[in-house]
Design a protein around this ligand. Structure first.
Ligand code: 13P
Length: 344
């Protein structure tokens, strides 16, 4: 079932529904040059040419559109990879642009909290990529760290206000905002503390959205991490526990009017991210089978590393076909997991 590209006048809710088609998810390929460098093996030069070649390989993967509804790209891909962007749109994938400009420390610096740059000149950048680049959605990532005193009230408020300002600017120029308040998995906190932090962050974000008359909360997508214990925690959690904690946090804090929630992979292995997605999709089905109301929003994936990891490794060995096969395999397995099915 091939889908046609959204017409240019598609409403934002239509764009959301196109991205949220069942059995498909979003590929996050919008790493900043600095972040991309961290994904490369030692000795591989992190040049524009290398990033362009890699993204060309990724975006020209045959049949990727069977499992991928949309791709988030960095502005350098819109500028230096125009043909690849156009080809992706022509194959029925919605393209989105990362519009934040990364994070900077938030004063006082001691707690390691950050705020996101990029609000300045945002309206013009929205227009530019909407009208000349063909983007139909835009991402803004805010980052929260779980620590003894964090996320602080101040960091939540500031980042939530900025997410809301971004949402207003994006909707104002015809881009569906993908709001990503990421709670990092770094740390030794347990599942309970992770859930508490995620809840506070989401409450702050939706409070900030409600305070703006110029934001339609029915025309945003939310991108979050699975709720897991910190990576350094002594006790890790099974996918079923992650699914329970995540769904509980979302049901308590995400308004019904939001059309969809997509998960980031946040440094989890490819297998772990797929297993968590599968567990949460199954939990959603089990709830329905038990007579509970269906979830108010669609759930899907928007992985970066968990879609690209092994593909990028193959690519760096010069195995282009194997790289494309690897990303397609990850996309297929996640598309199946999104439906509560496991690939044998
Ligand atoms: P990961 O899935 O690698 O966390 O990346 C998703 C993303 O878009 C982070 O901003």
């Amino acid at each position: 079932t091939r889908t046609r590209p959204a017409p240019p006048n598609a409403t934002l809710r239509d764009v959301a529904h196109q991205l949220l088609q069942p059995s498909k998810g979003i590929l996050a390929a919008d790493e900043s040059p600095g972040t991309f460098g961290k994904r490369l093996a030692e000795g591989v030069p992190n040049t524009l040419a290398v990033r362009r070649e890699w993204r060309h390989t990724l975006l020209t993967t045959p049949g990727l559109e069977e499992f991928i509804s949309g791709v988030i790209l960095h502005e350098e891909t819109f500028i230096h990879g125009e043909a690849d962007v156009k080809a992706a749109v022509g194959r029925g994938m919605v393209v989105g642009i990362k519009l934040d400009k990364g994070t900077v420390p938030m004063p006082p610096k001691k707690a390691g909290e950050v705020i996101t740059k990029g609000l300045e000149g945002l309206a013009q950048r929205c227009e530019r990529f909407r009208n000349r680049g063909g983007a139909l959605f835009a991402k803004w990532r805010a980052v929260f760290r779980v620590g003894p005193h964090t996320p602080s009230r101040g960091a939540i408020r500031r980042n939530a206000d900025d997410l809301a300002a971004f949402a207003a600017a994006a909707q104002g120029c015809g881009l569906l905002p993908l709001l990503e308040p990421e709670v990092l998995a770094e740390g030794d906190h347990d599942l309970h503390r992770a859930a508490a932090a995620a809840s506070r962050v989401l409450r702050g974000v939706f409070r900030a959205l409600r305070q703006r008359a110029d934001v339609d909360p029915g025309a945003v997508l939310l991108k979050v991490a699975f709720v897991t214990p910190g990576q350094q925690a002594t006790e890790q959690a099974e996918p079923a526990q992650v699914a329970n904690a995540t769904l509980r946090v979302l049901l308590r804090n995400v308004p019904r009017v939001v059309p969809g929630i997509v998960f980031l992979s946040g440094g989890q292995s490819e297998e772990a991210a797929t297993a968590n997605l599968l567990a949460i999709s199954r939990l959603a089905r089990e709830r329905e089978q038990a007579g509970k109301a269906p979830l108010p929003w669609a759930l899907s994936f928007s992985f970066g590393r968990a879609l690209q990891g092994s593909a990028l490794e193959a690519w760096q060995r010069g195995e282009l076909k194997a790289a494309q096969a690897a990303v397609k395999k990850r996309a297929r397995e996640n598309a199946q997991a999104q439906q509560g099915r496991q690939v044998k």
